[in-house]
Design a protein around this ligand. Sequence first.
Ligand SMILES: Nc1ncnc2c1ncn2[C@@H]1O[C@H](COP(=O)(O)OP(=O)(O)O)[C@@H](O)[C@H]1O
Ligand SMILES: [Mg+2]
Length: 172
Amino acid sequence: MKTVDTTQHYRFETLPLPLHQLCRFGEKLAVYIKSGDVLLLHGELGTGKTTLVQCMALGLGISDDQYVSSPSYALMHEYEGVNMSIYHMDLYRLNDADDVEAAGLLDYFNEKGACIIEWPDRLGRACPENHLNVTLVEAEPANRKIYLQPHGPDWIERIPQLRKLCAEFQNL
Ligand SMILES: Nc1ncnc2c1ncn2[C@@H]1O[C@H](COP(=O)(O)OP(=O)(O)O)[C@@H](O)[C@H]1O
Ligand SMILES: [Mg+2]
């Protein structure tokens, strides 16, 4: 039986979350991530994109000595988890797909790890079909709402998990 309509656009959201809850959300989201995934983190400066990656890294068993810091100056940091790597990219300083390609970042869209990308609008035509949009919005100074929008068959098939995750953060 078909349970999801692949032609529809899905969007799941949380309540406005304080920092510790956003971190819990990141740890739980990380459980659903696999090698080859691409997550696009949207949101203004200071909405918690880097913070969310840090919490996802915790969820993937990345040890404290591989602490995830903002990669703004390095473009990409690789973190080795127990089962897979995270390629954490910050494209803020790049302009477009040509820049992303010239920096060699497209090579990381591979099966060895998951790419989690800040300022993903810079990808332009290099944006893969399968991706999860994660949008952070500052609802109040100390609270952030999170929206998940799956795109492409890889993510459409994980809709039940994404729906369940957000539902958990609708009833706190
Ligand atoms: N509810 C919250 N969720 C995430 N970050 C929060 C929250 N409340 C306050 N903050 C603070 O906001 C800042 C977010 O910074 P950062 O993660 O670097 O943002 P970005 O990568 O989006 O620019 C951190 O200093 C964090 O402690
Ligand atoms: Mg950041």
